[in-house]
Design a protein around this ligand. Structure first.
Ligand code: NAD
Length: 478
């Protein structure tokens, strides 16, 4: 039989200029950390060390917050919305101009396929800045009174799965509303945030309006617990979200938490099955499943379960895993050895609890952190793989007979970030959307994002909304 394969189509890394070491971006310049410690960031696809970045200590956090306060009092809160908007438009345009460089850098530091960083992450980053640039001079029409005021200085802590996109979700609305920020990227993916620091410099943003400090959990804790903070915005795990909620309780700090998820993707027997298969693949294998709103639980109506699973398995056999910089790659590297251990551990638990494990034939590269696309069938609601967030390319499949059973099973989770519904019937979509306890419900699609659309959770997935008009409320004194 003739075989057909793709020739390698690697994107060149020559466009990025990664420095051997980085300082902290405070008050408009790169400065050395005062406590002096540094750590390495690696390429998860090769384990090669990319650079050394600074671990900001408490004195650095003090410095960054002082710079943000001075910029708030001295310039940013005094600018008109129109002038703030001009800066945001400039940031958006610079992101577009440097899009290719940012996409390559993100793929190198995070492990995600270039197709995603190029076609999803970076365009959405620019779209976010454009969108909130448009709000900056129209806050009086946003439904929060004629002249809503900013909060002051925002402490923002983000995870590693969408490093630059999460930065945009945090920084764009904060600046549009007139706040200044200190942002800490995740320890495994600091490089695109440091590139954004350079974009702020290029945009002539007044010094101190955006400050980027790198470091791990200790730095994040020092930042959110600091008394010089008026607003805390956190995206990350539910466990750390709980700690933060405890630390801000009883303070003046306004808080938004975007946490974990265990979304149900519900397929009814009248759904277009091939489209549903694409939606399932996009729901759980996009970004290696490192997606808080991933459709990690497939609930399929019993009468079409066998047929759907056959088609799904056939489709998974065509996914290409490997070099994130290859334009044909669908599945890139797992972001860190630690995350890979967690995915392996929970997959082993899935098998030992009695679920049946399947992966397509798939060669894994020798170096780097890799996990094949994996499907578990025969999953019971009590299994850990049905309850806990795996945050990897692992799908747990459950079945249901009636719409009421689908709702019960979908809502049987401590989380509530997102859900998907696949059916031919508009009335059923609306009925399901009303009953599902999830912040976002997609109908006949999955993992679609738009800056105009609010995003956020119910229950242990957090509180507050990011995106859209709703996203302004978290950064205004309303
Ligand atoms: P994590 O909570 O371990 O880390 C997130 C960030 O918090 C990192 O920058 C980390 O350095 C910092 N941090 C760690 N401990 C801290 C502390 N005590 N105080 C302050 N900051 C601290 O999460 P992760 O493993 O990096 O990210 C994966 C998690 O993020 C998943 O659970 C995922 O669902 C969630 N997530 C949620 C959304 C959303 O919008 N809801 C988006 C992306 C990721």
């Amino acid at each position: 039989m003739a075989t057909f394969d793709y020739a390698p189509a690697p994107e060149s890394p020559a466009i990025v200029d990664i420095q051997p070491s980085y300082g902290l971006y405070i008050g408009g310049e790169m400065v050395d950390p005062i406590d002096g410690s540094r750590f390495k960031t690696v390429n998860p696809a090769t384990e090669e060390v990319l650079s050394e970045v600074a671990a900001a200590g408490p004195t650095d956090v003090d410095r960054a917050l002082a710079a943000a306060r001075a910029a708030y009092d001295g310039t940013w809160s005094r600018l008109s919305g129109r002038d703030r908007g001009k800066y945001l438009y400039r940031l958006a345009r610079l992101v577009q101009e440097r899009a290719r460089e940012l996409a390559v850098l993100e793929s190198i530091d995070n492990g995600k396929p270039i197709r995603e960083s190029r076609d999803v992450d970076v365009p959405l980053v620019a779209a976010h800045f454009f969108y909130y640039a448009g709000w900056a001079d129209k806050l009086g029409y946003a439904g929060f009174g004629p002249d809503p005021r900013p909060l002051g200085v925002a402490a923002q802590v983000i995870p590693w799965n969408f490093p630059l996109l999460m930065l945009a979700w945090k920084i764009a609305p904060a600046l549009a509303c007139g706040n200044t920020v200190v942002l800490k990227p995740a320890e495994t993916t600091p490089l695109s945030a440091l590139a954004f620091a350079d974009i702020c410099r290029q945009a002539d943003l007044p010094p101190g309006v955006v400050n980027i400090i790198t470091g791990a959990g200790d730095t994040g804790r020092a930042l959110v617990e600091h008394p010089g903070v008026d607003k805390v915005a956190f995206t990350g795990s539910t466990e750390v979200g709980r700690q933060i909620a405890r630390s801000v309780a009883g303070t003046r700090k306004k808080t938004t938490l975007e946490l974990g998820g265990k979304a149900a993707n519900v397929v009814f027997d009248d759904a277009p099955l091939d489209q549903a298969v694409e939606g399932i693949v996009n729901g759980i294998f996009f970004n290696q499943g490192h997606v808080c709103c991933a459709g990690s639980r497939l609930l399929v109506q019993e009468s079409v379960a066998d047929e759907l699973l056959d088609r799904l398995k056939r489709r998974l056999g065509t996914l290409r895993l490997g070099d994130p910089l290859d334009k044909n790659t669908d599945i890139g590297a797992i972001n860190s050895a630690e995350q890979l251990d967690k995915i392996r551990m929970l997959s082993e638990v899935g098998e030992s609890e009695g679920a049946e494990r399947w992966s397509p034939p798939c060669d894994l590269p020798d170096r780097g952190f890799w996990f094949p696309p994996t499907v578990f069938t025969g999953v019971a609601q009590s299994h850990r793989i049905a309850r806990e967030e795996i945050f990897g390319p692992v799908l747990s499949v459950l079945t249901f007979r009636t719409p009421a059973e689908a709702i019960d099973k979908a809502n049987n989770t401590p989380y509530g970030l997102s859900a998907g519904v696949w059916t031919d019937k508009g009335s059923r979509i609306l009925w399901m959307a009303q009953k599902l306890r999830a912040g976002v419900v997609w109908a006949n699609t999955f993992n679609r994002f738009d800056p105009a659309s609010p995003f956020g959770g119910y229950k242990e997935s957090g509180f507050g909304r990011e995106g859209g008009r709703h996203g302004l409320a978290g950064y205004l004194d309303v």
